[in-house]
Design a protein around this ligand. Sequence first.
Ligand SMILES: *[C@@H]1O[C@H](CO)[C@@H](O)[C@H](O)[C@H]1NC(C)=O
Ligand SMILES: *[C@@H]1O[C@H](CO)[C@@H](O)[C@H](O)[C@H]1NC(C)=O
Ligand SMILES: *[C@@H]1O[C@H](CO)[C@@H](O)[C@H](O)[C@H]1NC(C)=O
Ligand SMILES: *[C@@H]1O[C@H](CO)[C@@H](O)[C@H](O)[C@H]1NC(C)=O
Ligand SMILES: *[C@@H]1O[C@H](CO)[C@@H](O)[C@H](O)[C@H]1NC(C)=O
Ligand SMILES: *[C@@H]1O[C@H](CO)[C@@H](O)[C@H](O)[C@H]1NC(C)=O
Length: 518
Amino acid sequence: MNQQWIIVYLLLVACTHLSHQKSTPDSSTYIAAVVEYPPIYSTNSSETLRINSDAYVELIKNASLHNTDIIVFPEDGLTTIQLPEREKMGEWTTIIPSASANYIPCSQNTIEVSKTLKKISCAARDNNIYVVINIAEKAPCYDVPCPRDKVFYYNSNVVFDRTGKIIARYRKTNLFKEYQFNVTTIPEVVSFDTDFGVKFGTFICFDILFHEPAIELTRNHQVTDFVYSTAWFSEVPFLTAVQTQMGWSFAENVNLLASGYNKPSFGNAGSGIYLGRRGIGKAIMPTATHKELLIFEVSKIKKETKYNNNNYHSMDSSTNQTKVIPFHHGTNQHILLKHDSFEAYQTFSLKGNAIETVCQNGFCCDFKVEIAKVDPNTKYRLVVFNGDRFYGDVKAGIRTCSIIQCLNDSVSSCGSVQESETIFSNIEITATFHNYKNNLIMPSTLNPDLLPLKNWTFLDHTHNDHIHVNMFSNMHTNNLVTFGIYSRNFNKNNANRISFCIVNYFIILLLTLLLSKL
Ligand SMILES: *[C@@H]1O[C@H](CO)[C@@H](O)[C@H](O)[C@H]1NC(C)=O
Ligand SMILES: *[C@@H]1O[C@H](CO)[C@@H](O)[C@H](O)[C@H]1NC(C)=O
Ligand SMILES: *[C@@H]1O[C@H](CO)[C@@H](O)[C@H](O)[C@H]1NC(C)=O
Ligand SMILES: *[C@@H]1O[C@H](CO)[C@@H](O)[C@H](O)[C@H]1NC(C)=O
Ligand SMILES: *[C@@H]1O[C@H](CO)[C@@H](O)[C@H](O)[C@H]1NC(C)=O
Ligand SMILES: *[C@@H]1O[C@H](CO)[C@@H](O)[C@H](O)[C@H]1NC(C)=O
């Protein structure tokens, strides 16, 4: 070939590489990207928003070079979580037009949105890609009762289509101690359609542990794919980030694209692309400051196959392609972890092989454990809980059956995260959940890298008035931190709210009666 032809050839190669191959409604897969992102903070709001949104634009470009159809960014990734008190929120926030406005911030000027929102809209448009961000929203308040400053602040997800148009906006329902923000009086249940034939639901961080809107979307709206932004504070042994994301996606058998805020020294890390009962596409749990774009080709879920089948059953969750960034003990790589307390748990100290039934408040778990080798430096306990706990200031119903790691024989040493040479050759846990309709029942497993264990099976069989769960592993498993079932019982906190409303209702009724007598 002469030189000219070589140049033409190179140009052609470059063009094919750059031209965007979009997935279509007929394709059986789509390409998803999630970002593990460590935001930069400066006390100057416009500097913070500028630096982080510039980084987003670079990541959007990178993703589109890999033919990504949709990219997800984390909660608070543009502002950081270091938001000021409510009075100073103005400059950190933006107006966000609702989806019904059909507004393209990049090319329209009739609504006064922030520079940041415009910039991301333009990046979506320039790169022909769906973009999901989380950003602090301000919404003028016109109706009574308004706050004194006549403005609501929301923690919101925004979705842009390939033209940069806002096609969805979701305001977080379950705030976690974020006192600057408001919540909507009726929880929003938000989903959006794409040109590749997938409908997505969206929710934020703490929402993953509640019925509204997440379970509402999977069970009542039959949504099969989710975009999820988070700034999670990992808690051992049941609620570290990837463990929880994987457990939720598995329990509901839906695809979950989870993007995590990265600041391990505060406890924030963990992102992944999860494929329901087909396991993990990719996931990372970095314990040092880390930026990464995770891209994965996701198989679409056919609704017929998912819903024709009342019993979700047998699935092997052998986690494929999981990328592991090792957890280094005692070095400058360090992730801050919260610890659950086991004082209120029913526990049983494992000394060797065991067949045990452990119960609490009428909820029983059957354990069968065989141990092939004992490492004297770690201990294990069977633990069962049925009751309420507080997440921050929110009360929540929990039922769990699990094997967890401890440092020594005292219960207070449980929830440790150590490498362990103890080898479990067989573990089987079974439990029956009555009153199950309003429950989220997740597998919960963890190793010292803060990633899920491999090679276990979780079977759930639905009967008339209960659900029977059987979780087992007969592979030789070492480095066990957590192995069990973790469930949220939504009936409990609903019950509290209902009784509260009923009490109010009767008081009002009584007052009305009294007044009418006067
Ligand atoms: C913040 O930074 C912007 C430039 O990005 C500058 O114009 C502005 O004056 C700064 N504000 C303060 C309070 O320093
Ligand atoms: C984005 O792409 C550029 C060029 O390929 C690369 O140098 C950079 O590391 C990428 N950034 C991320 C976060 O992937
Ligand atoms: C909105 O949030 C502010 C600050 O937390 C609070 O004072 C106000 O009552 C909230 N308004 C509503 C309607 O929830
Ligand atoms: C696991 O990964 C291999 C290699 O990438 C692939 O061939 C196989 O289909 C994957 N299995 C599942 C269950 O996704
Ligand atoms: C068990 O471990 C905990 C935590 O390391 C420690 O504080 C406690 O003293 C230990 N107890 C015993 C009995 O060794
Ligand atoms: C999981 O099981 C597969 C086959 O069943 C095996 O090849 C693989 O080594 C196992 N992985 C682990 C971590 O035990």
